[in-house]
Write a protein that binds this ligand. Structure first.
Ligand SMILES: C[S@@+](CC[C@H](N)C(=O)[O-])C[C@H]1O[C@@H](n2cnc3c(N)ncnc32)[C@H](O)[C@@H]1O
Length: 419
């Protein structure tokens, strides 16, 4: 049952939605801010904003015409300095929930790492009658918002939007969507298409010609490279890396620099380092300039890319021993990490959102002097740090990094040591 109401927003919940605390429980209202009084249409624990009756001083004009419908951004109505402060508070709250309150003074101000914009984007495209829609899904919906501009992406990707639409049309299934993963690189875009459509050889030729005419560096379809006009290489601390099609890379260059700088300073003078969940070597390739590195990762294609980058940078790098391993089921054990006194001097881990609980338990039993934890999820990070602290580690610094402007996401690097 819907019902119109006037509510006072008391907090910004972790998904970036305003929250009103009412006698019958919390109500979440997207696009509102703490301190605001708002008129809403309420349905149970959620409500739709109708009018801001009294606005927060942190309220600003959104920069994008798609804001409000497009599910890509949730916080364009909030001043950037206030967003950075709120993101730090999310880390503080996650740590406090695990009994790590004493760490609060060590949590630094959030680094604004939006830089020139996100260099990697994942779009969906679908057919709507005679038109192709390309963009992001509406919030909590399968409907697509057809995006013509986007302030969070680097301009090179925005300029490609019309071409992406025509390329998507060529591989559009009768029903459903095409997924387009785009990475902007200095040599041109790396475009990875995923589609369930059966694509005839003639259509593939047209696809390749059109992509080449648009200056796309590499084009792949369902994981298979169709054409590579130029290697889509990105710089990893001076070493060129060609990531696998559609693979994970840090969202912004500025974000990667901020995370990598803290990883390197956290590791310090350690000369034997493990980089766990290493991907294609964002940290390993930088660490290997001064240390021998054991790089562990679950994805074979990421390790193959790391291997090629290692060979390219051979003269500048020490040994990187790369290993494919499922670190959830089979973490590096305390015995392996310590290797009877000849083991790791530092361990870096950067897991997916689920965190690295099994690995943290092994580290907690080890004698590794320094651990650097990188995370995109403060909740699982706090859980893993609790395990490390209970195992005798001391947290020495915590750096929140914001590379997802206007979103509730936050990355964190925590440095720990044991005496
Ligand atoms: C957040 S990414 C970090 C990658 C890398 N550190 C970087 O900055 O580019 C997480 C990585 O963990 C890997 N991964 C996910 N589950 C894994 C598992 N169970 N075992 C090992 N690696 C895993 C993913 O393939 C991905 O490369």
């Amino acid at each position: 049952m819907t019902q119109d109401a006037t509510l006072d927003i008391t907090a910004l919940a972790h998904k970036g939605e305003g929250r009103a605390d009412t006698p019958d429980g919390p109500v979440h209202v997207p696009f509102t801010l703490p301190g605001e009084t708002v008129r809403v249409r309420r349905e149970g624990a959620r409500a739709q904003l109708l009018e801001v009756v009294s606005a927060s001083p942190d309220r600003v004009e959104p920069v994008c015409p798609h804001f409000g419908t497009c599910g890509g951004c949730v916080l364009q109505h909030m001043d950037q300095a206030a967003i950075l402060k709120w993101k730090r508070e999310q880390v503080v709250a996650a740590f406090a929930a695990r009994g790590l309150e004493g760490v609060e003074p060590l949590i630094e101000p959030t680094v604004d790492a939006g830089g020139r914009g996100r260099r990697r984007a994942v779009f969906a495209a679908t057919r709507a009658g005679a038109r192709i829609l390309l963009g992001f899904h509406e919030r909590s919906s399968h409907r697509l918002v057809d995006v013509s501009r986007c302030p969070v992406l680097v301009p090179e990707i925005v300029d490609l939007l019309p071409v992406l639409k025509t390329l998507a049309a060529r591989v559009m299934p009768r029903k459903g969507e095409v997924t387009l993963t785009v990475l902007a690189t200095p040599t041109g875009a790396d475009l990875a298409l995923a589609s369930t459509a059966k694509v005839e050889p003639r259509a593939t030729t047209g696809l390749i010609e059109e992509a080449m005419a648009a200056g796309i560096a590499r084009l792949s379809l369902n994981g298979e490279v169709l054409v590579e006009a130029r290697a889509p290489a990105i710089d990893m601390g001076g070493i060129p890396l060609v990531p696998p099609p559609g693979a994970f890379v840090q969202a912004t260059e500025a974000g990667e620099e901020a995370l990598a700088a803290r990883v390197l300073s956290g590791v310090g003078k350690a000369r034997k380092v493990a980089d766990l969940f290493c991907g294609s070597g964002t940290f390993a390739l930088r660490l290997a300039r001064k240390a021998t590195v054991r790089a562990v990762e679950g994805e074979a294609s990421a390790l193959a890319a790391l291997d090629r980058a290692m060979r390219t940078g051979a003269g500048a790098l020490r040994e990187i021993r790369a290993e494919r391993r499922d670190l959830f089921r089979n973490p590096l054990t305390a015995v392996e990490l310590d290797d009877y006194g000849r083991g790791m001097e530092a361990v870096v881990f950067d897991p997916p959102r689920a965190g690295a609980e099994a690995q943290a338990k092994e580290l907690a039993r080890s004698k590794v002097p320094t651990v650097v934890a990188v995370s995109c999820n403060p909740g699982t990070l706090a859980r893993d740090l609790r395990i490390l602290v209970d195992g005798g580690y001391r947290i020495s610094s915590v750096l929140p990094v914001d590379q997802f402007r206007f979103s509730p996401h936050i990355e964190v690097v925590a440095v720990l040591s044991r005496g």
